[in-house]
Design a protein. Structure first.
Ligand code: NZQ
Ligand code: ZN
Length: 387
């Protein structure tokens, strides 16, 4: 078991109608709020009006229009400017992971005199960040309970995971009813994203029994509840449990004391959405079984056997390699069954830029140090197998 330090300062407020506590929570951080949101889903579900009504005694500046795979220019830059111009004291992010991730970068950039990219690219370490409160409306990323934000820079195809303990939200409101309106496409992508977060922690060199149980239960819950959400989008029980698992799946709590895997599938996916702006969870679902196939070896076999037996109930008496192959097939079959596109061509990615992407990943993601080390040629093979 590895040494670790752990602290998540975020206060979670979970359940139906918890948003009634919003004014009291915000008052602790100040009067001047930057309200950030995306392309309009929060207006359609009445959440925007509700927030404005609850916060009528506050001074609100708005940053709308944050896109999926949030962009440095204009969203982060506009947000930082608005914070400085209006002496913003706290950011309220209302939306999915993209809105919250963008708000995290804004929170740090607002307290820094230089170019915010210095912070995101780790050239300079932030000394301070504005407090962030969020109302998360999509169960997927776990951004509501972690210290990271992923920011894209279109002109360089960069998609960088910016992680700093200063970026933990101060308070996250989680009302599962706000996820009733999430489309089937985004629900599927959320299932795949959170499952992948767990797999990135599970497939590692040194894991504890406790963490394995936690991860296996999380994966099973996501598959069962995810399917239930797709069948009936207003199934409160299913939406609530999915939201709960997604929230825990990305903040390390499922792998304290495990060795790090290096998050290889995320490393590869960041190039897919960095170059082609595709939906993160779809890219992950496509990469996952191809990565598994690529790294399956005598060394990694025991992990695949455990995964196959405990997550998919594959007969433990079969030969280990057969269990592992069945486990990989079952992973693919699950994604296919819920309707996720399982080939890069289906999401608009052809063979043209695979080499360029493999090079970008090899240079920027450090996967040669991953649990199963990947060189540029390995990354290219995984991408080619995903076509
Ligand atoms: O923009 P609006 O109109 O709000 O619509 C959004 C968007 O089009 C919509 N949506 C959100 N909540 C909704 C809703 N539609 C109907 N009803 C609702 N309640 O869904 C679309 C996708 O939203 P987005 O925020 O992009 O999705 P998600 O939460 O999956 O976030 C994806 C981003 O998070 C990053 C990804 O790379 C990607 O950029 N990640 C962040 C992580 C983190 N902070 O820890 C970890 C992840 O691995 C991931 O990389
Ligand atoms: Zn992810």
């Amino acid at each position: 078991m590895q040494n670790f330090e752990y602290r998540t300062p975020t206060r979670l407020i979970f359940g139906q109608n918890v948003i009634s506590k919003l004014p009291g929570v915000m008052a602790a951080y100040g009067k001047r709020i930057l309200l950030t949101y995306g392309g309009g889903s929060i207006k359609k579900i009445g959440l925007y009006d509700k927030v404005k009504e609850l916060l009528k005694d506050f001074e609100i500046t708005e940053l709308p229009g944050i896109q999926p795979n949030p962009k440095y220019d204009p969203s982060v830059l506009d947000g930082v400017r608005l914070c400085k111009e209006n002496q913003i004291e706290v950011i309220l992010a209302v939306g999915g992971g993209s809105v919250l991730d963008c708000s995290k970068a804004i929170a740090a950039g607002a307290c820094y005199d230089g170019e915010p990219w210095d912070l995101i690219s780790y050239k300079v370490k932030a000394q301070r960040a504005l407090p962030i409160v969020d109302i998360i409306t999509l169960a997927a990323t776990g951004s509501e309970y972690d210290a990271g934000g992923v920011i894209s820079r279109t002109e360089t195809n960069d998609k960088i995971g910016y992680i700093d303990p200063l970026l933990y939200p101060a308070v996250s409101f989680l009302d599962p009813t706000y996820t009733f309106s999430v489309s089937a496409k985004q629900t599927r992508a959320g299932i795949a994203d959170a499952m992948n977060h767990i797999m990135e922690q599970y497939f590692c060199e040194d894991a504890t029994l406790m963490n394995d149980g936690f991860c296996e239960a999380g994966l099973k819950s996501l598959m069962i509840n995810g399917k239930a959400c797709l069948k009936n989008p207003t199934d409160y029980r299913a939406r609530a449990e999915m939201m709960f698992v997604c929230t825990l799946a990305c903040n390390d709590i499922m792998s304290l004391g495990n060795s790090s895997s290096g998050w290889p599938m995320h490393g590869i996916e960041h190039a897919l959405s960095g170059f082609y702006d595709i939906t993160h969870g779809e890219g992950l679902a496509i990469i996952t079984p191809r990565w598994m196939q690529h790294i399956l070896s005598e060394r990694t076999l025991p992990r695949f056997v455990k995964y196959g037996v405990n997550v998919f109930g594959i007969d433990a008496s079969l030969p280990p390699m057969e269990i592992a192959r069945k486990a990989i097939d079952a992973t693919y079959a699950f994604f296919e069954e819920i309707g996720i596109p399982m080939h890069l061509r289906e999401v608009g990615i052809g063979p043209e830029r695979l080499s360029e992407m493999a090079h970008h990943v090899a240079v920027n993601e450090g996967l040669d140090k991953a649990y199963a080390p990947l060189q540029e040629k390995d990354i290219l093979q995984i991408l080619e197998a995903s076509l």
